[in-house]
Design a protein. Structure first.
Length: 575
């Protein structure tokens, strides 16, 4: 699985192959121009000072200024190119990773990597644009600088090689030592963010139940673990960064000391002594930079690994044939459902058939499987066995976005997104159809209510808005479910937040949909919710207990109930 995901990441990276080559070419010239400083110092000490020629000094200085300006331009350009490489990589995979993260919530065995998928993509993008990756482009040219030091004197070259080997060893030891602390810090930070987000999302309940102190204490514990892990990782990484910097400075001083000794022995010129120290600093710079940027490099590598697992586990959606708009005929054939993350089925061998213009009430005790059926009917969850067919085609034959246009859904807990009421009803479409928005609102009996708001349909709301009541949010959610003229409407506890007027409006909306030949499913506890239902499906412990015309099913249930009471009474009398 991981290999497939990694191949997908590699393909996305290969799209910028030409840009990588361009950066490599720029890096060659940038590193070549880095020789400008050592060569300038070599000529100043060995020629200008000995000849005392102002003309030579001016000519060399002008040439150096020109070469450094060219180097600066090339370095700036390659930085901009890598920035665009990172942006292209992220843009190429944004939709893919976003879709995989969403689909993971519907799988029975969702990979843990789904929780951090989008953050992992950003981590890889930051690595691509970071100085750490640029150091990898400079690292292959380090031997060029060591070769230049060898030209000056073999002993100086030997010192440079020994120093470079020690620094590389420090870098490898850094990787082994800081890998676990960085992983622990990332996990603790994510857990802390998740808890904080959950508390913010339920801020009203936390405040109203006097839970602020308790919630803060628990969040502070998670926050403390995150801080401790982060500090531990920073300490480990900082130790190696300080060691690398100190050792590199020591090596440059040692190079000067060795060069001074060789000058005294008449084996080296003063200019070569200074130039050798500069060359050593430039040759070791990529290694020092990699050690200093190791946290970014490690996060990027871990992000790449987790993305490979995520994309390998959740393959890309296949292109499905565009089917015509279905008729309102729905068939459930031996449907068995295992909820994501569970091992036991919550629905078992459920079968029924619904025809156009019928409203089906689904009743049962809490936990019987009503909401599970709602999720399967909308395609949110896939059945572990059996099929649900809409106009003869199984639901998985439709593209998820296309299926959403044919099946409207009102969940138990209605959530609005940041935007206007119009945008929420239009399902956050970038180009909402005003006429369809109003049409859906009228069907949900929400049009007049919306017009009374400060900005009408342009009133801005958010996920945590306090402007709207639960009943108003419920009606807007119902309008959203009806947007686009779906042929099937699934309502999970639709009147849980509605007053009498809202319930009457809901029943009128169901009646209208029936007259248009649509199918309506109502998962309900309240008898008022099934008032307009023609059919009744009774679920008990995940199995179908009864299905048929509402009056027949209700009378049968009452008859069975009375028989059970009489039987219990007789048993009680005997005992």
């Amino acid at each position: 699985m991981k290999q497939k995901g990694e191949a997908e990441l590699v393909d996305a990276r290969k799209e910028s192959r030409q840009l990588y080559w361009m950066v490599g070419i720029f890096s060659f010239f940038v590193n070549l121009l880095m020789l400008t400083g050592p060569l300038y110092m070599l000529n100043v000490y060995d020629r200008v000072l000995s000849s005392r020629s102002f003309e030579t000094l001016i000519a060399l200085s002008v040439l150096v200024a020109f070469l450094y300006s060219i180097m600066g331009i090339l370095d700036y350009v390659r930085g901009r190119v890598m920035g665009r490489v990172g942006a292209r990589f992220q843009a190429r995979l944004d939709r893919r990773v976003f879709g995989a993260v969403l689909r993971a919530t519907t799988l029975n065995r969702a990979p843990r990597e789904a929780a951090t998928g989008l953050r992992d993509l950003e981590a890889v993008q930051r690595l691509i644009t970071s100085p750490a990756l640029m150091a990898l482009f400079d690292l292959p040219w380090a031997p060029l600088f060591f070769w230049g030091i060898f030209i000056f004197h073999p002993l100086m070259g030997l010192l440079a090689i020994v120093g470079a080997v020690i620094l590389i060893g420090v870098a490898l030891f850094n990787q082994l030592t800081t890998k676990k602390p960085l992983e622990e810090a990332n996990a603790a930070s994510f857990a802390s963010e998740q808890m904080g987000s959950q508390i913010r999302g339920e801020s009203e309940m936390v405040h109203s139940l006097g839970m602020r102190g308790a919630a803060f204490d628990r969040w502070q514990i998670a926050r403390g673990k995150s801080l401790d892990a982060t500090i531990g990782a920073a300490d480990a990484s900082g130790t190696f960064t300080a060691m690398t910097k100190s050792f590199r400075l020591f090596l440059q001083s040692a190079m000067l000391g060795l060069g001074a000794y060789l000058v005294l022995m008449n084996e080296l010129s003063p200019g070569a002594m200074i130039a050798g120290s500069i060359l050593l600093g430039r040759g070791l710079a990529p290694i020092e930079l990699l050690v200093g940027q190791w946290a970014v490099f490690q996060k990027g590598r871990e992000g790449w690994r987790r993305l490979a697992v995520l994309l390998g586990t959740i393959p890309e959606d296949e292109q499905r044939m565009q089917l015509p708009k279905p008729k309102a005929r729905l068939l459930a054939d031996q449907v068995t459902v295992v909820p994501p993350g569970e091992k036991q089925a919550s629905l078992r061998l459920i079968s029924f058939e619904v025809k156009p213009g019928q409203a089906v009430g689904v009743i049962g005790t809490s936990g019987a499987g009503k909401s599970t059926l709602a999720r399967v009917l909308t395609g949110v969850w896939q059945p572990a066995g059996g099929k649900i067919r809409l106009d003869g085609a199984a639901l998985d034959q439709y593209d998820p976005d296309v299926l959403g246009q044919h099946i409207g859904y009102l969940p138990q807990r209605v959530q609005l997104f940041d935007g206007t009421i119009k945008e929420n009803i239009a399902r956050m479409s970038m180009q909402p159809d005003d006429a369809e928005v109003v049409k859906a609102a009228r069907k949900a009996a929400a049009h007049e209510m919306i017009l009374k708001l400060p900005d009408g349909y342009d009133t801005r709301v958010s996920a945590n808005t306090g402007r709207l009541s639960g009943g108003q949010i419920q009606r807007i959610g119902l309008a959203r479910a009806m947007y686009g003229d779906p042929v099937v409407l699934v309502l999970d506890e639709p009147n849980s937040n509605l007053d009498n007027d809202g319930s009457s409006a809901l029943n009128q909306a169901i009646k209208t949909l029936k007259s248009e030949g649509k199918i309506v499913f109502i998962m309900a506890h309240r008898p008022a919710a099934i008032q307009e239902c023609d059919m009744l499906l009774v679920i008990e412990a995940g199995a179908r207990r009864a299905f048929g015309p509402k009056d027949e099913v209700l009378s049968e249930m009452v008859k069975n109930h009375n028989e059970i009471k009489r039987s219990a009474g007789k048993t009680g009398g005997v005992s």
